[in-house]
Design a protein around this ligand. Sequence first.
Ligand SMILES: [Zn+2]
Length: 95
Amino acid sequence: MQKSTINPLQKPSNISRAHLAARCQAKSKRTGYTCKAPAIRGKDKCRMHGGKGSGAPKGKANGRFRHGLYTDANKGEIACVRELMREFNQFAKEI
Ligand SMILES: [Zn+2]
């Protein structure tokens, strides 16, 4: 039997550690295969598939913010008012 050159007690090289990194789970719509690029630390996507950021800042921190009518918080209120109006109209029709 030939003696192995790999010492399991030795610290792995940076390249082999990089190969062990978590892989991106994004799926290609052309091939159907997963991306397999190294994922951003703590995330399941790579730098190219949105692993780095969480999108544009919300609310007034966003440069496109004008009056807050279309913010996520306000959209919930608008939907609630619309639902009430729908119920009211239904009630008005029944009378
Ligand atoms: Zn990816």
